[in-house]
Structures are given as structure tokens and as C-alpha cells.
Design a protein around this ligand. Structure first.
Ligand code: FES
Length: 116
């Protein structure tokens, strides 16, 4: 049964600026979305690399960024993705993009997933 939306992910204070974090909103035991915070902006995507379509991208929990934190990286074959657009900028899925998710931050600072 699908959870009703919106789904509370965390409070904004729990997302470090410049860092990424994975979430398991469906409670399936594995993160299915990732969120990157850049100042006041949040960028959220499904944790699925477009190279193979169904491959989770982190080699360990929350490890979605490259070493310099300039791009989202897929651990399987090293594809790099623009944080803001999700577009692959280097790697085997060049020209493809991560699938965005709908996020909002409410007045209390709660980060909410607003649709599937
Ligand atoms: S599965 Fe992500 S780059 Fe190959």
C-alpha cells in the first residue's frame, strides 16, 4: 500500500549544506531517493542510475557525491551527474538524467516528499 503524501523525510537542519543523504520513504529497507542540499536549495532524485535503469548509486549509505562534492556520482561505473539538473555530464549514460522527485520545505523546516 502506497503511503499518503506528503511524507516527512527529515528536518532541514538534518541535511548538511553541501552534502547528500539517502531516504527510504517506502520503508523497504533500502534508500530509494537521495537529497542534496546546496544552501537553501534541495535537489532530490530517485536512487536509480539511468545507465542500467535500476541500479542504486551509492557504494555505502549516503555516499552520493564525488570526493569534491561537485557532482552526484554513481559508484558502479563512475557516471557524474549535475547536482542541479540531474543530467549525466560524464560516463556511460551521457545524455540521460536522474529522475527528479518533488520536495518541499514547510514553514517549520520539515522536508517533505510531495509525490511519488
Ligand atoms: S550503473 Fe551507474 S554508471 Fe553504470
Amino acid at each position: 500500500m502506497a503511503a499518503p503524501f506528503p511524507i516527512l523525510l527529515c528536518h532541514l537542519d538534518e541535511l548538511a549544506d553541501g552534502a547528500a543523504r539517502g531516504f527510504d520513504p517506502a520503508g523497504c529497507g533500502q534508500d530509494s531517493i537521495l537529497v542534496v542540499r546546496q544552501g537553501a536549495r534541495l535537489h532530490g532524485y530517485r536512487d536509480l542510475c539511468p545507465h542500467y535503469g535500476d541500479t542504486p548509486m551509492a557504494w555505502r549509505r549516503h555516499a552520493y557525491l564525488n570526493a569534491t562534492r561537485t557532482h552526484i556520482v554513481c559508484a558502479a561505473h563512475g557516471a557524474l551527474f549535475d547536482i542541479g539538473s540531474g543530467a549525466c555530464v560524464r560516463g556511460p549514460c551521457l545524455g540521460q538524467a536522474l529522475t527528479p522527485i518533488a520536495l518541499t520545505v514547510d514553514a517549520s523546516g520539515d522536508v517533505l516528499l510531495t509525490s511519488d
